[in-house]
Structure formats: structure tokens, C-alpha cells
Design a protein around this ligand. Sequence first.
Ligand code: ACO
Length: 437
Amino acid sequence: MDTAKLILNGEEYEFPVVVGTEDEVGIDMTTLRSRTGAISLDPAYGNTGSCLSTITFVDGEKGILRYRGYRIEQVAESATFVEVCFLLIYGHLPTQQELETFHNDLTCHSLIHESLKNFFDGFPPPAHPMMVMSAMVASLSAFYTGTGDADEGDLNIIRLLAKAKTLAAFSYKKSIGQPFIYPQNDLSYTQNLLHMMFAVPAEPYEVSPVLDRALNLLLILHADHEQNCSTSTVRMVGSSQANLFAVVSAGISALWGPLHGGANQKVIEMLELIRDDGGNFEKYVDLAKDKSSPFRLMGFGHRVYKNFDPRATILKESADEVLAELGMDDPLLEIARRLEEVALEDSFFVERKLYPNVDFYSGIIYRAMGIPTGMFTVMFALGRLPGWIAQWKEMMEDPHVRISRPRQIYMGETERSFVPLELREAEGRERPEPVGV
Ligand code: ACO
């Protein structure tokens, strides 16, 4: 199979077929419009491949996720987040020497410019940390403009990874009115993040190994997920050759939405709602099935996974372990389990192949770690950074890449004459009612 045939207006056209290393099949429609005059119409891109990529493989039917060929289960079991960053961005597992250099680089660039600290004062106290994060990451480009040469690009990757955790921790400290805690060079990436978030001046703070392990796991599971909404945003904005900080800031904004990374916050809010309503989860399962209600079970469903989300499976087990190790008993975990049981037996969810996704259990673990709900999606964004960077880098290194520019099928008015305001008034013409009124 190496071509696909299309018959349009009685004419037959052949298009090349591209087969990936995992036998995924794509029809290369690059010449569709120039040859036929037609475009492919695929709102929400459910059938559209936007690139060839060597970074992450997802098989949604089988529940498989691999980073650079390595199964997520093995990576989650054995790697650190920093190792995963290296793997995703540079394409291979680091040697001891490479890992040390990478780690040192990430440590040395952890500080943010002192002037940047003042930016935090401009946001009102209730500002959502994701908004702050997106603005602060974009603001890095004011300090590190970059000349666009390869070395500067590599340095900006390090700067972004290193400083993002400091920005995240500072935005948390700002939101609770505590002084900023500076990074410490003797700590690992994840230890430093926990230290900057939870230490307070003049009091000793020992990073708990349980929290450190849990954070590594969460960040690793978030690290990449091929062409989802935020990653496609990163590629879309990056294709205009905007700088890396602006590009990732756009990715953070896309991730914020409740249908994407923002779901982890919404899951906890939903579980709290169910708890406060007497724990009647059946009522909420019914509500989610009711087409006249906008309510959805947050943390359920996925565009790609139609069997199970392997990240959710790992997190479900880990939630038990982390809570046990921290000696906590969170009633929300019980509600989450019962909700999952009920939903997984309900024909509405079974027929639509709606399973818990990565966000369903991550919030429970973040909560147990003492991370406030508003910061959940920021943690997700920190985890997703290496994925966004790797996808951006892959795109920028592709000599054939062009600016992303989809087309549309226009369904509006055909040409009509413009009537100047005075004439419209004189003729007493009324404005047409807005559509839908
Ligand atoms: N609760 C109730 N019904 C749902 C849910 C849900 N969580 N998710 C999907 N459905 C139903 C839809 O109503 C639709 O039913 P219909 O066919 O009768 O109209 C059907 O399942 C298909 O849903 P779509 O919205 O078409 O699926 P899509 O692939 O476009 O959306 C999404 C995927 C956004 C994840 C969706 O399942 C959802 O809204 N889930 C809740 C939010 C969430 O958890 N997001 C995090 C995703 S993971 C991540 O981004 C990291």
C-alpha cells in the first residue's frame, strides 16, 4: 500500500501513503489543494496529522505511551524527571557525564533576573497562578531576547527549564503572601522546586523523599503527549518563528483550559462538590449523562485513549502509596474510587469509551503533597515543558517546516454592496438581528 485514490468530480487522484515505524498510516494530502482545488475539512483535527515526529508514540486503543521508544511504565519506574527532560529534548538517554552537565546547567540558571521579581507585584492577589506563569514565561524574552543562533537556542532551552520552576515557586509564594525562597545549588531539580515552594525563611526545611519521588513521577507522566492542544499550539506559534519563551507561554495558556490540563484542578473541585453534597456520586454520574446539563465528569474521557490511560493507571496505584507513606486518609480518594467504579460500569461511559485520564488521580496526589488546587495546572505545565521544548526543537530543525496556516470553508454572506452609515440611516434600514437571537 503506497498510494491512496480520491475521486473528485469524476477525476481520480493518487496521494502518497506514509507509514510510521509503528505502522500508523497517513495519507499525504500536501498537494490536495494545488491539484484538486479542494481542501480537507477536519474540525478539531481528529484525523489530521500535522507533522512527522520521533518523540512520543501513543496508541490510544491499546493504552500505550512511549517516550523516544521507552515505555512510560519503565520510565516512570526508573528515571528522574531531569533524565526524561534530556531524553525528550536530545533524543537519547544521557551518559553519567551528560546528565551531570545537564543537571549543573539547570542548577546554574535557576535564578531569575532580580527585576523580574518586581513583575509579581503587578498582579492582583486572586490572579490565577497559570495566568501569572504564562505572563512570566513570556516576560523571560525581555531579558533573554536571543539572536536566533543555535548556541543561543540551546542556552534558552536550559534557561527556560531552569527558571520555570523558580517562577512557579515564586508565583505560589506570592499568592500566599510569603517571601520568595531562592534556589539552592546543592538540591536536585525537584528538590529545589519543593524547597522554593515550602521552605520559609529562618526555619530549616528538609525535602521529604516521599514528596520528591511523587513529584518526579508526576512530572515524568506529564512530560509529553504528542500533538495535543497545548503542544499543537506550541508548534503553531513556533512556526511563525516567535521566540521560545513566547511559544511556551502560548502553550501554557492552551494547557490552562478545563478540557485540557486545567482538568486536574476541576477534578478536585468536582470531588469536593460531591463530598459537600453528601457523597452522592450516582447523582453526578446521572448529571454527566444528562445532555441538557453542561456537567461532565472531569478527569474522564480522552480524545486518543479509548481503552485506558496508562498514566492514570500508574497514578491510581501511586495515590494509594503516597497517601499511605504520608500517613494521610483523604476522603476524596474514596469518592474518586467509587465514582470511577460506578462510571466504568455504566453503559453511557462504556459505549463512549470514557475512562479516567491522567488528571483524575494526579490532583489527589498533589493535594496530599500540600500543593494548593490553584497550582495543580502549573505543576502540569512544569512537567510538560520538556515535551513542548522537544516538539519545538524538532520543528525548528526541520528544513522543510513552513508557517502553520490552516484553511476554512467559508459559509458566510456572498458579496454584497457596502452602504455608508448616512445612507443606511436615511433609508431607515435596520441592522440585521445577530445570528441566534
Ligand atoms: N463526562 C461526560 N460525558 C463525556 C465526557 C465526560 N467527561 N467526555 C466525553 N463525554 C461524552 C460527550 O458528551 C460525547 O457524547 P455524545 O457522543 O453522546 O455527544 C462523547 O462522550 C464524546 O465526547 P467528545 O467531547 O466528542 O470527545 P473529545 O474527544 O472531543 O473530548 C475530552 C475529549 C475533552 C477530554 C472530553 O472527554 C472531556 O471533556 N473530558 C473532561 C475534561 C478532562 O478530563 N480533560 C482532560 C483530558 S486529559 C488532558 O488533556 C491532559
